[in-house]
Design a protein around this ligand. Structure first.
Ligand code: 13P
Length: 284
């Protein structure tokens, strides 16, 4: 398995058995770069950010990372479309990658107000959030739309971060796992190599994150579904948690072995809080 020495696995050997390709069993240490196993912290700024405050926020983040670097964690910020071109030069050559919050599934054409994946890579964007519950809610995006976007994004060279998660009603009526199972089946295309973000809708922006126990249970379910759908490659797809992650709860969430990182909303707008979350990634 492509895994840096000492890096915790993002799947449970208790559930799926030992990794037969592991360095320990194969006796080989892979030198190949393996982005699939790198922890990742993503800041979703949502519809927040004008030129001045966005530049200041990034400046503060980069200054802190320069004075106290963080190794081995992928850091991504996803500002609104309007800030991408402005922030790209600031982030170039820095440890922080640039992501977008959505893209269209077509390469170009008559889609007023939409942004094609190639327009994002043209600016230096490397990641894109797809199927966020706020887009499913506000723009009627369904699993099929999300899947088509994921295909288009990957084709353009972007890393899709596909969001799934149940609403409060679905949770209350015991349909959480069914909902998530259908979202995985419907939203992730064949050969998917992106990132899956589990964001329970009821935890987003409420200050009420899911408990580590609940996250662990749901993420184990997601892992099992990914393995069922994708076989071997489903074992290493990164699964993030999102929903009221903050400086206070990040360590307990990121300590869950199957959780590869976090998708952070409100706290990503505050450089100090976002940095605390980045620094809460367990040593690996
Ligand atoms: P909050 O961190 O503000 O709850 O938002 C989570 C989210 O939706 C990230 O995509």
């Amino acid at each position: 398995m492509c895994r840096q020495k000492g890096t915790k696995p993002f799947y449970s050997e208790d559930v799926f058995g030992p990794d037969l390709n592991d360095e320990a069993t194969s006796g080989q240490v892979s030198q190949e770069r393996c982005p699939m196993t790198t922890p990742i912290i993503v800041g979703n700024w949502k519809m927040n950010g004008l030129s001045a405050d966005s530049a200041d926020r990034v400046k503060a983040l980069l200054a802190a990372l320069a004075s106290q670097p963080v190794a081995g964690t992928e850091i991504v910020i996803c500002p609104p479309f309007t800030q991408l071109a402005l922030l790209a030069p600031q982030l170039k050559g820095s440890p922080v990658a640039l992501g977008a919050q959505n893209c269209h599934m077509d390469e170009k054409g008559a889609h007023t107000g939409d942004i094609a994946p190639g327009m994002l890579t043209d600016l230096g964007v490397t990641h894109v959030i797809l199927g966020h519950s706020e887009r499913r809610r506000d723009h009627g995006e369904v699993d099929e739309t999300v899947r088509e976007k994921a295909v288009a994004a990957a084709k353009a060279g972007l890393t899709p971060i596909v969001c799934i998660g149940e609403t409060e009603d679905q949770r209350q009526s015991g349909e959480a796992q069914d909902t998530i199972g259908w979202q995985i089946k419907g939203s992730l295309p064949d050969g998917f190599t992106g990132v899956v973000a589990y964001e329970p809708v009821w935890a987003i922006g409420t200050g009420l994150a899911a408990t580590p126990e609940d996250i662990q249970t749901t993420v184990a379910f997601i892992r099992a579904e990914l393995v069922r759908q994708f076989g071997e490659s489903g074992k290493t797809l990164r699964i993030l948690y999102g929903g009221s992650v903050d400086a206070g709860n990040a360590a307990s969430i990121l300590a869950i072995p199957e959780v590869a990182g976090a998708l952070v909303g409100g706290a990503s707008l505050k450089p100090d809080a976002f940095l605390s979350i980045i620094r809460a990634v367990p040593a690996h």
